[in-house]
Write a protein that binds this ligand. Structure first.
Ligand code: SF4
Ligand code: SF4
Length: 290
């Protein structure tokens, strides 16, 4: 059996100097895998688990070097083994290999680099995704390593896991960034999750005294309605909810799925709410915090 520091997981990317994934200066570790299907997902290429190539047509200069030996990649059918040969071949940095197996120590080597910045800003390590809790053992090993080294930790999660599984992470991180993504009625069809499960998991964090921030993607034309405000209000009233972040829609995920050979969302109806719409929403969803 692997030691905790040798526990391995699938990592999409590690991004240093992040602002907005928790307080202060963060290093965000994006883990692969998510069973949900938020139409506005900004990392749709991180949902499948396993090596996969992403090819950016805007960068491609058509040199043809990747025709052999990775010709499947050019036809948009990434090789299952994700060998990465085409990444090295490409002179235009148009091809990226998504996902790598890393152990805890390899991740922590990156996270540790910015220790001085965490101390001065109240920052630390954030585990994101995908849905990071799909790799629960790896997440717990990373959280334990961070705690041993005095690095504050946060988790960004959909809270859509079965409660028995979710219970394993309760109390293990310093901050939980919990999404409320739609009205109760829309959750099953729009997101593919049960809103009662989401609420039950957030309530479990609250009962355990964990610090929680509710995060709300605000996508006018898709999820931004009174039902969403009502569901946010249910969670915002919990005792240990420290804040509610309204996250206006952006289209940074647009095109990523196609580049990775996956089906694209229909982005046509999505837009960012106006400032006035956001203010009105906040008054309905979090009246005590306006
Ligand atoms: S190697 Fe890169 S630049 Fe050349 S054809 Fe392939 S993707 Fe395009
Ligand atoms: S939970 Fe996150 S990673 Fe999963 S589909 Fe939704 S936005 Fe994307």
């Amino acid at each position: 059996m692997a030691s905790p520091s040798g526990t391995t997981g699938r990592v999409s990317r590690i991004q240093r100097a992040c602002i907005g994934d928790g307080p202060g200066y963060r290093t965000t570790v994006f883990l692969q895998g998510c069973p949900l299907r938020c139409p506005w997902c900004h990392n749709p290429d991180y949902r499948p688990v396993g090596s996969r190539v992403s090819r950016n047509p805007r960068r491609c200069i058509g040199c043809g070097r990747c025709v052999e030996p990775a010709s499947d990649c050019l036809r948009g059918k990434p090789r299952r083994d994700g060998c990465g040969v085409c990444v090295a071949e490409c002179p235009a940095a148009a091809i990226t290999l998504l996902g790598a197996e890393m152990n805890v120590e390899a991740v922590m080597r990156v996270v540790r680099r910015d220790m001085p910045y965490y101390a001065g800003t109240g920052g630390g390590m954030t585990l994101s995704g995908g849905e990071p809790l799909m790799q629960m053992d790896f997440v717990l090993a990373l959280l334990d390593a961070a705690r041993r080294e005095g690095i504050a930790s946060a988790i960004e999660t959909s809270c859509a896991l079965p409660p028995m599984e979710f219970a394993r992470v309760v109390g293990r991180a310093d901050l939980y960034l919990c999404d409320i993504k739609a009205s109760r009625a829309a959750y099953p069809t729009l997101i593919g999750a049960n809103p009662d499960v989401v609420l039950s998991n957030i309530a479990a964090l609250d009962k355990a005294g964990c610090d929680i921030v509710i995060r709300v993607p605000c996508v006018a034309g898709v999820n931004f309605d009174d039902g969403l405000a009502a569901f946010v209000a249910e969670t915002a009233a919990l005792e240990h909810v420290r804040g509610v972040d309204l996250l206006p829609y952006h289209d940074m995920g647009r095109g990523k799925a196609a580049m990775a050979g996956l089906a694209e969302s229909d982005w046509s109806a999505m837009r960012a709410p106006t400032t006035g719409e956001l203010e009105a929403f906040r008054r309905r969803a979090v009246p005590g915090r306006s």
